[in-house]
Design a protein around this ligand. Sequence first.
Ligand code: PMP
Length: 382
Amino acid sequence: SVDTLLIPGPIILSGAVQKALDVPSLGHTSPEFVSIFQRVLKNTRTVFKSDAASKSQPFVLAGSGTLGWDVFASNFALSKAPNKKVLVVSTGTFSDRFADCLRSYGAEVDVVEPLKIGEAVPLELIAEKLSQNNYGALTVTHVDTSTAVLSDVKAISQVIKQKSPETFFVVDGVCSVGCEEFEFDEWGMDFALTASQKAVGAPAGLSIFVCSSRFMDYTLNDSVNGQVHGYFSSLRRWTPIMQDYEAGRGAYFATPPVQLINSLDVALKEVLEEGLSKRWDSHREMSDWFKDSLVNDLKLTSVAKYPSNMSAHGLTAVYVADPPSVIAFLKSHGIVIAGGIHKVIGPKYIRIGHMGVTACDKNLPYMKNCFNLIKLALQRKK
Ligand code: PMP
C-alpha cells in the first residue's frame, strides 16, 4: 500500500486532481487546451487576490517554485536599471536560498534576520534598513518552510509604503498561497510566487507567479539587446504568450506541460469552490488543533513561536529529542513526515505538512493518526 504523505509539499491530491493527470495529450495550441489554460490564468489571479483591472500579469510555467526566484532575480538584476540592491527578510533556509539566487544574477543583497530562530524579523529592523539604504527590491518569505515562521506580509507592506514606496515588494508565497490570507493587490505586491505542489493542491512541476503592472513596465521597457533577462526565465518572452492564452488564443514560446496544467485547473477550481476565506480558516483550525495537541498534550516546543501570530498554518515544525527515530516509527506505520532542514537547528526537529485536503476535508483521519503516532513514538522512547 502507498504511504500517506504528510510532508510540507508535495501534498496529497484530491481524487479529481489526481484523475485530471490521466488525460490523453492535448495539442498545446488546440482550442481544448487553450480554454483550460485561459481558466487557469484567470483563476490564478483570483487565488493571488489580484484583479485584472490592476493590470497585473499571471504566469504559469513548467518548473518548480525555484524558477519563480530565477524569474524575479534575472529580470530584476539583469536589467539596465542601476539599483540592484535587495533587502532579503530571512526567516530560514528558503529565504537564504532566494538570497543566493539573487546574488547569482549579480544583485547586491543585504539579509536581515530575527533575533532568535523561530521568530519573525522585527518590523523596526526592516524600517531601519529601508531608511538607511536605497533598495530596488525587498523579498520576504511569507512562510519559510524550514522553520514554519509566518511573516506579517501586510505589516511589511505598510512599512515599505511609508519608508520606501519605490522599492519592489517581492513575496515568496510557495508555502502560503492557498492556505494563508494572501492579498496581492491590497498589500501592494510587485512579484509573488508559488508552486503547484503546495497549498493549491496540484502535482509538482509548475511555477506560478504574478507581476504587478509596475514591475511589468520595469521589465518590458528594459531592452538592452532584446535578451538581457535570460532566456526561459525572460518575462519579455513569456508575457505575450500568457496574454494570448488568457485572451483565448494559442501561442508558443516553449511547450507547456498539458496534463499538469489540466490537473492544476481542477485544483484551482476546487480551491475557489471552497472559497478562499473558508480555506484559510480550515487551515487555521487544523493547524491550531495540531499545534495545541503537540505543545499542550505532548509538551513539545514549536520551532516557530507558538502560540503567536508568527506560526504557519500549513505546516508544523516541532523539536523532538530524536527526530530520525520518530520519522522512522511513523514511516513503519505508513505515514511520511519530514526532518529539519535549517543550517543551525536542522538535526533537532521534525516537520509535518497539513495543506490542502488533509486540512480541509474534516473526514480524513490523517492528522489525528499522525498525532497519535507521534505520541506513541515519544512514549516508546521513555
Ligand atoms: N520557497 C519556499 C518557501 C519553499 O518551501 C520551497 C520548496 N519547499 C521553495 C521556495 C522552492 O520550491 P521548489 O522546491 O518547488 O523549487
